[in-house]
Design a protein around this ligand. Structure first.
Ligand SMILES: [Zn+2]
Length: 545
């Protein structure tokens, strides 16, 4: 394997905060230090990169991704405000344009759209089936809502799949629950070749964002077991030139034999759980709450009981792997805590703690619950970009819960301060694979008391991901001698030490402060631009030119 010397830049390393140069040899960080000292190494390196002041930092880990849906979203008609769709009318125009531009051979393939959020549109409602039929000229159409828990479909798709006979069907084309699952199934019925291409598109996109590894949160309603096996085997080796996929499968186990069967079927699996849903989402009013929604009847839906949770945790602990759940509402979190404690009563607190089970989202965690999670060795996979998307006084969370309860959501400073192991993710395609956006959202949390430092947020987006999956023993996620060369090179305007309270005067531009520098992430600051992404010394993405 070849060696590369990066010099004349800023190396983000707690081991040497003043390093300007770094040598990658045989896939590992072989040396880092002063530029002056790099001269001798330049002669024997196969490649010498003049960074011209660019930042070399540990590569990102996105700890919650749905690769297939992310790839499909990249191929879909974008319907979010970010994509310029600001009304129902815009959305129908975009669908009509895409339908016109499709080749005739695709006529029977569902036209996919993604990312609509009716709460942000002046019309306050999604398209109807009749409107979709008109816009797409009668083609099968599937438009997923931004939270991917519901969709709207055209008549052609509804008839082909018999959606009107399933629970969750509305005559205006809105599909939820079973009807939504069937519609989504139809939307992602792919030939093997196309499936592989969609995976590749999503992973290449992640690499272009400085991501060296993604955690795939697979589940029966999201992708097949075979799909997960393909993702794991095709990315296991860095020679694939793709980010490493760390696999989780959300299938409920009752006994240890259930767990062993899944492990045998999916070689290389890291955990059984992930998007094993204890409840739904706030956007769809299905997150399970202690007190009712502010803008709808009811308190959401609980999909798993404490007993089921306890059995699952016991089974996977005995099988020797991580387990975990998708949990959003405080009522769902209570059920999880009950289930975990019941499992600990059987297996012992130590055994449960050693397994390091993980929870996805954990958006509503109060202090007593947090204390019990820490006691049980639980790790959290959270999505700061959710706060940027839906937090704040006028956001969706405030609409659903009222401002008081909403302000307590995604309590990043509480979680970080309590020392619970934390990893950041995007839940792509719910929010884009854009780790700097996650770091920025954590630094600029809509609740000022829940902001954390850029450094803590960056760590949760890098080393945190390796640690959450129990893969940090190699030193992955930090640039130090002997650690695997998982890194990204960034062009950024200002490199600073950024404090959590949002006061711009509080950051120091003095590189001699001894804290490794990071790009300044103001609300209107452009995100750093990725110049190169490297996994185990292998270049995954290159724009160095
Ligand atoms: Zn998910």
């Amino acid at each position: 394997m070849s060696s590369t010397l990066y010099r004349n830049g800023v190396i983000h390393s707690p081991a040497d905060p003043f390093a300007q140069a770094l040598l990658v040899d045989d896939g590992v960080v072989a040396w880092l230090g002063d530029d002056d000292t790099a001269d001798g190494l330049a002669a024997r390196a196969d490649e010498v990169v003049d960074l011209d002041g660019a930042l070399v930092a540990p590569g990102f880990v996105d700890a919650h991704v749905h690769v297939l849906e992310t790839g499909l979203a990249l191929e879909s008609v974008p319907l979010s405000a970010d994509a310029g769709v600001r009304s129902l009318g815009d959305a129908l125009d975009a669908v009509a344009r895409a339908a016109r531009e499709r080749s005739a051979t695709d006529a029977d393939v569902p036209l996919l759209g993604f990312g609509w959020d009716e709460t942000e549109w002046p019309e306050g409602r999604p398209p109807t089936r009749a409107e979709l039929d008109a816009a797409a000229g009668g083609a099968p159409v599937y438009l997923a809502r931004v939270d991917v828990h519901s969709a709207v479909v055209s008549t052609a798709l509804a008839q082909a799949e018999g959606l009107d006979r399933l629970p969750g069907w509305s005559d205006d084309g809105r599909v939820e629950r079973e009807a939504h699952h069937a519609a989504r199934e139809a939307a992602r019925r792919l030939t093997p070749e196309r499936r592989t291409a969609v995976y590749g598109r999503a992973l290449a996109h992640a690499a272009s964002q400085g991501v060296v590894s993604v955690h795939e949160l697979s589940a029966p309603f999201i992708d097949t077991r075979e799909g997960l096996v393909e993702l794991l085997t095709s990315t296991a080796d860095a020679a694939s030139a793709l980010p490493l996929v760390v696999g989780y499968r959300g299938e409920l186990c009752v006994t240890v034999d259930d767990a062993r069967e899944i492990l045998a079927a999916i070689p290389g699996l890291t955990g059984i759980g992930g998007d094993l849903n204890v409840d739904g989402s706030l956007g769809s009013h299905t997150a399970a709450l202690r007190a009712p929604y502010a803008d709808a009847d009811g308190s959401g839906a609980l999909y798993l009981s404490a007993e089921q949770i306890a059995n699952h945790v016991t089974a996977v602990t005995r099988a020797g792997v991580q387990g975990g759940f998708h949990v959003i509402g405080d009522r769902a979190m209570d059920e999880v805590a009950l289930g975990l404690r019941a499992a600990a009563d059987v297996e012992g607190v130590e055994a449960i703690g050693r397994a390091g089970h993980r929870l996805e989202h954990a958006e509503m965690v109060d202090a007593p619950t947090l204390a019990s999670l820490i006691l049980l060795g639980v790790r959290l996979s959270v999505q700061p970009a959710f706060d940027a998307a839906w937090g704040g006084e006028k956001g969706m969370y405030a609409t659903r819960l009222g401002a008081g309860r909403a302000a307590a959501l995604n309590p990043l400073a509480d979680l970080a301060g309590a020392g619970i192991p934390l990893a950041f993710g995007s839940d792509a395609p719910v929010t884009p694979v854009d780790p700097w956006a996650g770091v920025r959202a954590a630094v600029l949390h809509t609740a000022p008391e829940q902001r954390i430092s850029a450094r803590a947020a960056f760590r949760a987006s890098t080393r945190g991901g390796w640690r959450l999956a129990g893969l940090d023993h190699t030193g992955a996620g930090e640039l130090r001698v002997g650690a695997p060369a998982h890194l990204a090179v960034w062009r950024a305007e200002h490199l600073v030490v950024q404090a959590p309270d949002g006061r711009l005067a509080s950051w120091s531009t003095d590189a001699r402060s001894g804290t490794p520098l990071l790009p300044f992430l103001g609300p209107d600051e452009e995100s750093p631009r990725c110049l190169r992404t490297v996994r185990d010394g292998v270049v995954l993405y290159d724009a160095l030119g």
